[in-house]
Ligand binder design. Structure first.
Ligand SMILES: Cc1ncc(COP(=O)(O)O)c(C=O)c1O
Length: 310
């Protein structure tokens, strides 16, 4: 991670090393934060943030579900993000907006603690590796179930909830796999530790729906749109664990990972990425990098740095 540059914190830019919080920050103790993972790419028209508005909407929805009122407008968050990218000089980057309960009265009741906001950008390559994007990753079904919607709010991207993903990720890594696949509390397939999941069988694409406690991935939505536009049938339905072994193709989607084929699940070999995954992945990459005219409205263009003052 790039240790230089500026981080936007509560309305102003501060040096990387000055972007600090108090040790009694509520979110540090109780996980009372929400966040986004967003990416900007270099496109023929300049740097563009992929589906920025959708990420901002989800940030506000996540905050709202945990009763956090963000003290900035959507447009202020958008502008601050643009400026963070401009000031970084990066042409493509990962963007991390974070909204959290700051230091205030200690105890579980959070509503009297201030709501703080930070936005950081940094250079970040493909989360599951370029090799994984090309040839697929090895995944394992986790012994940790995805936290269900009568325990937390899986549809919210909340910091505390990620202890669940962290446990699954550590377990998969220590066992020699690149990614974990979590089941929901019914034992149906939910998603990866940081990605949504798709299976292909008999040419039909299936992906778990909201009743499987998924996070509503923005790239999931993009992959569904692209697949349907390409003429494939996509159904949102429960997916049984055994379908992962019987599938012709399995792939994952997420901002950090992008669109990644899975070549092995629980040591069942699925082979090199199949044609449907390849075709959707190619179009998806075109959309991210501004090469697909039909998805141009997904791009939020960032003005050239030369136009920034100060
Ligand atoms: C648990 C989980 N599921 C799914 C996703 C994919 O969501 P998106 O495509 O919006 O990045 C993510 C990543 O944000 C995630 O952390």
């Amino acid at each position: 991670m790039n240790q230089v540059g500026l981080i936007w914190m509560n309305g102003e830019f501060v040096a990387h090393e000055d972007a600090k919080v108090h040790v009694l920050t509520h979110a540090l103790h109780y996980g009372t934060g929400v966040f986004e993972g967003v990416r900007a790419y270099e496109t023929p028209r300049g740097t563009a943030i992929f589906r920025h508005q959708d990420h901002i909407e989800r940030l506000f929805r996540s905050a709202g579900m945990y009763m956090m009122e963000i003290p900035y407008t959507r447009e202020e968050i958008r502008q601050a993000t643009h400026e963070a990218i401009q000031r970084s000089g990066l042409k493509s980057c990962y963007i991390r907006p974070l909204v959290f309960r700051g230091a205030g009265p200690m105890g579980l009741y959070p509503l009297d603690c201030p709501v703080e906001v930070a936005i950081a950008v940094w250079e970040w390559g493909s989360y599951l590796g370029d090799e994984g994007k090309q040839h697929g990753v090895r995944a394992r079904v986790s012994s940790w179930r995805r936290l269900p919607n009568d325990v937390v709010i899986p549809a919210a991207k909340a910091t505390g909830q990620y202890l669940n993903s962290v446990l699954a990720k550590i377990e998969a890594d220590k066992a020699g796999y690149e990614e974990a696949i979590l089941l929901d509390d019914r034992g149906m397939v939910c998603e990866g530790s940081g990605e949504n999941l798709f299976v292909v069988k008999d040419g039909v694409i299936a992906t778990p729906g909201f009743s499987a406690d998924i996070l509503g991935g923005i790239n999931r939505a993009s992959a569904i749109t692209i697949a349907r536009d390409l003429g494939y049938t996509v159904v949102e339905r429960d997916v049984a664990r055994s379908e992962l072994y019987l599938a012709e193709e399995v792939f994952l989607s997420g901002t950090a990972a992008e669109l990644v084929p899975v070549r092995e699940v629980d040591d069942h070999d699925l082979g090199e990425p199949g044609e449907i995954t390849r075709v959707i992945q190619a179009k998806f990459e075109d959309a991210l990098h501004g090469r697909a005219q039909e998805y141009a409205e997904w791009l939020d263009l960032v003005e050239q740095p030369s136009k920034v003052s100060g």
